[in-house]
Every structure is written in structure tokens, then in C-alpha cells.
Write a protein that binds this ligand. Structure first.
Ligand SMILES: *Cc1c(COP(=O)(O)O)cnc(C)c1O
Length: 478
């Protein structure tokens, strides 16, 4: 609270957001409403806890703490040191790691910066690396480039070469990777993906890495919550480095972690190299509010309930896959082992962009995604769906079947709109869906209403939905 002596220039420091900045407050309210009245199926998203949000919004954001616990460039870090040490301990516990065998850096701002720091630690500039190709489900930061352009720092500052999935099985082509690694001679092999519905054979990757004298790094950004819950294979048994985001299946705030092996044949100086790569090579001061939130999220991950959550996420994804297949739809690899489903829309003559657009109008949030054999990267033939967020809103198998029926209706509606559009162009398709008074728009409105009515039955972590009101700037009423 301001005191009677607080000068005018500081009064601003004590006013609540709604008073000082109604514009931003209204944007937050609209986004809260969108999350409440919609169905979140983006596979990389989740809903973090109230406690995590509290820590993330705390006064810890004020503190500079470049360096590591007990070795800082600034004073006043006794509690920040305590926090970072606690967060590291919880990170190792969450993944069942022995502190004698693994260490962790908890300062990365996000998954991408964690990955670039890991590459900086492991490689010299222009060293060679291999990662799963982007169209096959890999991530931008695993060496992505196009014919015309080196797209990310991982291909600008290093020589990269992609491995692939087998076009028939749509599973990782471990044999192909082995053959190409023999020729390309990577210093580093990266595994892990953003759109791969199956588990990884880390032993096969480790065998290839050993033959070529390469490091093996797993980027488990998507699946880390499922790995921590021991519902998927364990990359820590085989890798030198494991990176992850903390906001996907791990259900924390937006940040990254880098785990490094202490006792392997490649572990020489690894701890120092990772720590130096994060700071000062790639980052500045740690975001201590975020580190506090990561610590809180990791505490939750270590509790028995999280295992039940992770199992439910997978069961929900498998229920979703089965329900779509019952309607005759085609899924890449024919199902899923994890939290995500890749839906191949090409047999229907639809593109991912069109279905994504329709779903957006319906309040079903998904994303277009490449599927194996896509002719053009510009028009992906599929969509990616994930169950992490819906499971965080309490949904179980029977509820996911309702969600699957909405998706079925959305795709049938897309087929209708494509016919109404009279062309294959996206702009004609959007016109068919949005022209007031048209048959397409009427169907969109009806389905939107059904989706919103269903979505509003569920709680939303971080918001008190019993008092939530439709904010100014949102027209639709249900
Ligand atoms: C999401 C993701 C990242 C990047 O995370 P950001 O926090 O968005 O930077 C890195 N690797 C993989 C495999 C991912 O899925």
C-alpha cells in the first residue's frame, strides 16, 4: 500500500491492474473467457496450477542473480540461492534421478533457448548434428533448414542433417538414421519431437551414437510429464543430455531445463560446459519468478496424483484416437502411445489449414500439421490433437468421446463448406463459413454453441469460473 508520504510519481506502483490498465485487464479477461468456453486440443499446451501462477506472478521477478547458487555476480541472493537449489533438487526427484549421476540447470527461459545452450555446450561452431526432420515431427531447433534458408540457430551455426520416419510404418527409421550417420558423422544426435505419437527406442539411438562417437541428446519437451510419471521409455538410461520445456505435459510455467549426465564416458566437464553455455554464453539473469513456479510445478509432478494424471492423458489420447478411427478416419501410425494424435485428412480431400480455420470458429483449438508424404510443406494435410489440457480440466474417456464427436462434426462441416465455397481456395472456404445468413454460417453458429455449452461445464485452473462473466469485447452469448 502507498503511504501518505508516497509521492505522486510512485502512486502508480500500488494501483491494481484493473485500475491502472483496463486495456490489458480486458485482454486478460477475454483470453480467460476464451479458455473457459473453448476446448484446448493443442498438443503443446496445458493448464498450469493456481499455485504455479501465484509463484510466477511473485515479487521474485525483481531480483538479478546472474551466475549460480553461491557464485553470483550480485549480492542479496541468499533466498534466490535457496530457491534455485530447491528447484534443482525437485527436478532430479521429479525424474527419479540420482544426484550423483545427473545434474540439472534450471535457468533456461524456454525450450528453444535450452536447446541452443545444450548445442553450445556440446559442439563447436559448424560441428555436425542430426535431428528428426521438421515435416516428420521434429522441432525447428533440431537443425531445421529449407532449400533456400537455414531457419534456426541450430542450422545457422551448426551443420545439420535430418533423419526421417519410414513412409510405410510412419515410425522413426532407426536403420536409415544409422546408415546416414555413418556417412554424415554427426557429433550429436538429437531425438525427441513435437508431433510424433509413438515412443522412442533410445537403446537403438544410443547404439548408433556410440558407433559414430556422437553425443546423444533427448529433447522431451512434449512428453516430459509422461516420462516423469514413468509411463513412457526412460531417455535418462541412454542419453548424455536431456532437455525439456516445463509447460507442456509437465504442466508448469513457460521455461526450460537441461539435465546433464555426471558419470558417463562423455561427461567430462559437462556440468561446467552446460552451466557456462546457459550463462553467460546464451542468457543473462535468470527469471527467478519462473524458477519458483517451476519448483512448485515439479513438486506437483513428484506427487502420486501426477502419475494418475499422466495415465489419464494417455488413456484420453487413445480414446480420442479410437473414436476417430471408428468414424473411418485415418491416423498417422494408426494410434498413439502418448498424449497426441496426428490426423491425416488427405483421404477426405481436406487440408489441415481449412479444418484448423473451422475449429477456430468453433472454439476448438488445434493446429494444422504435416503428415507423412505431404506434397507441400505450405499445405499440411493433417492436424495435431493433444489431450493434456482437457485432462487438466477433469475430462475422462467418456467426455473425450463427446469431444471426438465435436471433431467429427467439425470435419463433416468442413466438407460441406468446401462444397459451398465452389473452389479449393482458403479464402472462399472462409467466406462460406462466415457469410452472414448462409447455410454454412448457421451450422458454424450451432456447433459453436454446442461446444461452448459443453466447455463451460468444466473448471479452469487459475480462474474462478463461478464468478466469471462474459467480458466487454466478446459478442457471442450462450
Ligand atoms: C515446444 C518444443 C520446444 C520449444 O519450446 P519453447 O518453449 O517454445 O521455446 C523445443 N523442442 C521441442 C521438441 C518442442 O516440442
Amino acid at each position: 500500500m502507498a503511504t501518505s508520504n508516497t509521492p505522486d510519481f510512485n502512486k502508480v506502483l500500488y494501483a491494481p491492474l484493473a485500475e491502472i490498465d483496463p486495456e490489458v485487464k480486458n485482454i486478460i479477461d477475454k483470453e480467460t473467457w476464451r479458455q473457459f468456453t473453448g476446448l484446448e486440443l493443442i498438443a503443446s499446451e496445458n493448464l498450469t496450477s493456481r499455485a504455479t501462477l501465484e509463484a510466477n506472478g511473485s515479487i521474485l521477478t525483481n531480483k538479478y542473480s546472474e551466475g549460480l547458487p553461491n557464485a553470483r555476480y550480485y549480492g542479496g541472493n541468499e533466498y534466490i540461492d535457496e530457491l534455485e537449489i530447491l528447484c534443482r533438487k525437485r527436478a532430479l526427484e521429479a525424474f527419479n534421478l540420482d544426484p550423483a549421476k545427473w545434474g540439472v540447470n534450471v535457468q533456461p527461459y524456454s525450450g528453444s533457448t535450452a536447446n541452443f545452450a545444450a548445442l553450445t555446450a556440446l559442439l563447436q561452431p559448424q560441428d555436425r548434428l542430426m535431428g528428426l526432420g521438421l515435416p516428420d515431427g521434429g522441432h525447428l531447433t533440431h537443425g531445421y533448414y529449407t532449400a533456400k534458408k537455414k531457419m534456426t540457430a541450430s542450422s545457422i551455426y551448426f551443420q545439420s542433417f535430418p533423419y526421417a520416419i519410414d513412409p510405410t510404418t510412419q515410425l522413426i527409421d532407426y536403420e536409415g538414421l544409422k546408415r546416414q550417420a555413418k556417412i554424415f558423422k554427426p557429433r550429436l544426435i538429437i531425438c525427441g519431437a513435437s508431433a510424433y505419437p509413438r515412443d522412442w527406442d533410445y537403446a537403438a539411438l544410443k547404439a548408433t551414437a556410440d558407433v559414430e562417437g556422437a553425443y546423444l541428446m533427448a529433447d522431451i519437451a512434449h512428453t516430459s510429464g509422461l516420462v516423469a510419471a514413468q509411463t513412457l521409455n526412460n531417455p535418462f538410461d541412454y542419453c548424455d543430455i536431456v532437455t525439456t520445456t516445463t509447460h507442456k505435459t509437465l504442466r508448469g510455467p513457460r521455461a526450460g531445463l537441461i539435465f546433464f549426465k555426471r558419470d558417463g564416458p562423455n561427461s567430462q566437464d559437462l556440468e561446467k560446459r552446460v552451466n557456462d553455455a546457459v550463462f553467460p554464453a546464451c542468457q543473462g539473469g535468470p527469471h527467478n519468478n519462473t524458477i519458483a513456479a517451476v519448483a512448485t510445478a515439479l513438486l506437483q509432478v513428484s506427487q502420486p496424483a501426477f502419475k494418475v494424471y499422466a495415465k489419464q492423458v494417455i488413456s484420453n489420447a487413445q480414446t480420442l484416437a479410437a473414436a476417430l478411427q471408428e468414424n473411418g478416419y485415418k491416423l498417422q501410425t494408426g494410434g498413439t502411445d502418448n498424449h497426441l494424435v496426428l490426423w491425416d485428412l488427405r483421404p477426405l480431400g481436406l487440408t489441415g489449414s481449412k479444418v484448423e480455420k473451422v475449429c477456430d470458429l468453433l472454439g476448438i483449438t488445434i493446429n494444422k500439421n504435416a503428415v507423412s508424404g505431404d506434397a507441400s510443406a505450405q499445405t499440411p494435410g493433417g492436424i495435431r490433437l493433444g489431450t493434456s489440457a482437457l485432462t487438466s480440466r477433469d475430462m475422462k474417456e467418456e467426455d473425450i468421446k463427446v469431444v471426438a464427436s465435436f471433431l467429427h462434426r467439425a470435419v463433416q462441416l468442413s466438407l460441406f463448406l468446401q462444397k459451398e465455397a465452389g473452389s479449393k481456395l482458403l479464402k472462399d472456404f472462409i467466406r462460406a463459413a462466415t457469410t452472414k445468413g448462409s447455410a454454412g454460417a448457421a451450422q458454424v453458429t450451432e456447433l459453436r454453441r454446442d461446444v461452448a455449452t459443453f466447455a463451460q461445464r468444466w473448471p479452469l485452473p487459475g480462474a474462478d469460473v463461478s464468478t466469471l462473466k462474459r467480458p466487454a469485447g466478446i459478442e457471442e452469448e450462450f
